[in-house]
Write a protein that binds this ligand. Structure first.
Ligand code: AMO
Length: 434
């Protein structure tokens, strides 16, 4: 089979070819008809001069329904009328699968279709080159993350997604009935990646699903997302972790710019690789920026969608797409983050990209007694975390790590307005299928 390569890989020299694809469009001008045949790589014109081809073949081809799947055999001819510079004059065809009429939504029609309709018919939505291109890019981003991590000696791990205790607070836990015992869907690999720091596998990363029972319906929250987590031992300070994230994101962007050219062109996107090091803002500075622009926030509050957007706008004016926010109050951060003793602050950070948090992380509390104290301070029962805590009792090196939302990262790289655009089959408070 010959695929439709937009590199123009079908040439006149191929003679007779068989091409397979979806019937994107049929134009019947009476004496001559055209089919636009589409596959993963692009489109090809099938040209049918009525007088020159078998009448039955002409009839069957011109009566096909849009989006039917066919295999066409014919002769390749040069053509200055088509983008590829060639066209195929059919001599035979096979109908592999006839598409129903009407289509649930168009593939090439220039009408704005609601997000819900698109997601309900995602199989059809993904036939649009500009939608498909997002997932070609996403696949590259995930591949590049793995490359960057391997280059830095990180071991690729998989941790359980059915767990006995939540790592990120009770409010967003999904419960599961595990053979009569209570269990939950993992909100993050936090506890496991930290436990591994006590083993000698001192640099680990995972790209896997994370589940959060998010009750809000926003353009950046879903209930199942893909998290790129990293954890590294023997750090001196949280800046060591920040430097590693920066290196990973830089590697992704620099290489995506080159390797993703073809798909970025389809999307009309250019990648700007931010200068390093990424600027640092303190939480207090950010809070002030948001308050100065009218947000009613007080010390310790989450900056929230609005606050993050304001800071994003201010940073964009200075030409900064990616920036760290540091020195969060310890109260605002989870139990596993190390406190900056006597300051009320924590050794934590967020990384924001174009006005949205894409990552958080920090140095962890690796000292067993302090960790237990922090749990108690947060109202957690250390007994619920016995297996996690055990890993801290017999020699745990200083360590830190991060979690990056892959869906948000891809959405921000491509300036997509909603994180769902970067997820094949998104899950949210109102959506469980497809
Ligand atoms: P946090 O809870 O901040 O940190 O999550 C890390 C990153 O995951 C993404 N994310 C989400 N993406 C889409 N929908 C959601 N509902 C959602 N929730 C989170 C965001 C966010 O920045 N264990 C820590 C990380 C660490 O310290 O290592 C954690 O999970 O991009």
């Amino acid at each position: 089979m010959t695929s439709i390569k937009d590199s123009g890989n079908i040439s006149k020299e191929d003679g007779i070819v068989t091409v397979k694809g979806w019937v994107q469009d049929i134009r019947n001008l009476g004496g001559i008809s055209f089919i636009t045949l589409r596959d993963r790589h692009g489109t090809l014109q099938i040209t049918m001069p009525k007088k020159k081809i078998d009448p039955d073949l002409f009839e069957s081809l011109t009566r096909l329904s849009r989006e039917s799947v066919i295999a066409v055999t014919g002769e390749v001819k040069e053509s200055n009328q088509t983008a590829l510079g060639v066209e195929v004059i059919p001599t035979a065809f096979e109908l592999c699968s006839e598409a129903g009429v009407p289509l649930p939504m168009g593939v090439v029609d220039k009408v704005n279709v609601e997000m819900d309709t698109r997601l309900n018919n995602r199989f059809m939505d993904l036939r649009k080159p500009e939608v498909k291109a997002v997932f070609e890019i996403r696949s590259m981003v995930i591949g590049l993350i793995s490359e960057a991590m391997a280059k830095n000696g990180f071991v690729n791990i998989n941790t359980p997604k059915i767990v006995a205790s939540g790592a990120e607070g009770g409010a967003t836990l999904f419960s599961v009935d595990y053979f009569g015992k209570p269990a939950y869907l993992a909100q993050s690999p936090q506890l496991y990646k930290q436990m591994l720091m006590s083993t000698g596998l001192d640099r680990v990363f995972e790209i896997g699903p994370a589940f959060r029972a998010e009750h809000s319906n926003t353009n950046r929250h879903v209930t199942e997302f893909i998290s790129f987590d990293g954890e590294m031992a023997w750090i001196n300070k949280e800046e060591d972790v920040m430097a590693m994230i920066e290196e990973a994101i830089d590697y992704v962007l620099v290489n995506l710019k080159e390797r993703g050219k073809k798909h970025l062109e389809v999307l009309g996107k250019e990648i700007t690789v931010p200068k390093r090091p990424y600027p640092l803002l303190t939480y207090t500075e950010c809070l002030k920026m948001a308050v100065d622009r009218g947000l009613p926030l007080k010390d310790g509050d989450d900056l929230g969608t609005e606050g993050e957007k304001i800071i994003g706008d201010i940073m964009a004016e200075k030409g900064n797409d990616l920036y760290f926010i540091i020195e969060y109050p310890e109260e605002a951060k989870p139990f596993y983050i190390m406190e900056k003793e006597g300051t009320g602050l924590s050794f934590s950070f967020d990384l924001d990209y174009k006005g949205q948090e894409i990552s958080s992380g920090g140095q962890r509390e690796h000292r067993y007694p302090e960790l237990v104290k922090r749990m108690e301070k947060k109202g957690l029962d250390p007994n619920d975390f016995e297996s996690y805590l055990n890993a801290f009792r017999y020699g745990m090196p200083p360590h830190g790590g991060w979690g990056i939302g892959v869906d948000r990262l891809v959405a921000k790289i491509l300036d997509l307005p909603n994180v769902r655009e970067a997820i094949l089959f998104p899950r949210d408070i109102g959506r469980l299928s497809p």
